[in-house]
Design a protein around this ligand. Sequence first.
Ligand SMILES: [Zn+2]
Length: 286
Amino acid sequence: MATLEGGVNVDPIRDFTPAYGVAERLATGVRRLTARNGGPLTFRGTNCYLLGDRDITVIDPGPDDDTHLADLVAVAGAPIRRIVVTHDHADHAGAARRLSEVTGAEIVGSAPDPCRPLYRPDRLLADGETVATEAGDLRTVATPGHAAGHLSYDLAGSGLLFSGDHVMAWSTSVVVPPDGRMADYMASLDRLAVLGARSYLPGHGGPVIDGLARVDELKRHRQAREAAILRALDNGERTIEEIVSAVYIGLDPALAGAAALSVTAHTDWLEERGLVRKVGERLSRW
Ligand SMILES: [Zn+2]
C-alpha cells in the first residue's frame, strides 16, 4: 500500500481469507461466494453475493470462468432467478451472459458499455428503482465515479448496502478516465453519506462495518491527494509520471499504472475547475 506524501493514510483492512468454492453466510438471506480471480487489483477475488435460499438473486456474477460458474451454480442450492450487476467491468459482470444462459435468470442493473457489451440486460435500472428479492427489496443508488454506470444496492430494512467497487475496506477505488470521473466519485461518496449509517458489502475484500466512517476517510484521502498533486506542480510543469513519483512513496511497481490513472482522474478534475492546465503531456498550475 502506498503512503501518501503529506497526506492521510487510509488504513486498509486486509485480513480477509475467503473459503473458495463455499458460500459464506453473512446475514439472514445473504451469502458471499468469492471468485478465484485474486490479483493486485482484485485482492482475493471478486465477491458475488447470493440473496435468498429458495429463489436466488446474484449480485455481481463475477468473471467469465468455467470453475467459477460451476461454483456459483453448485453453492446456490436453489434456482438462480435474477442477476443484478453493479457495473460492467469483466471481473464483476463477465459471467452474466453465460450464467443467464445456463439458469434462465434475468439480468438487471447497470448499462454495459455499448462499445464492448459484456451482456444484454433484460432491464436497465435507474437511480431509486427497486428489485424485489427473497431477502427484501433492493433499491438502486447511482454511484458513478469508479465507472460511469456504477450502481450500489441498498437492501431494505437490513442496514446493508452492496457497494460494488465504489467503497471497499481493503483499498481505495481506482477511478479510470474517461469512464470514471473524480467529480462523480466524490459526489457519489456524498450520496452514501446522506443515506446514513450502513454496513457495506463490497465487490472485493471483507465488509465495511462503519460505512459513514469509511466514506469520511476516503473523502479526506482524496482531498489530501489533490493537495499533494498541487504541491508537486508548485515548482513548474510536470508529466503524470513525474507527479506519480512525487506523490506516491514506496509504490508497488505492479500498481504504477493504476496510480497514473488515479492521478489523471485528479488532474482532469482540477482542469475542470480551472486550477490546472494541460499543454501536450505537461501539466501546470493556472
Ligand atoms: Zn470495477
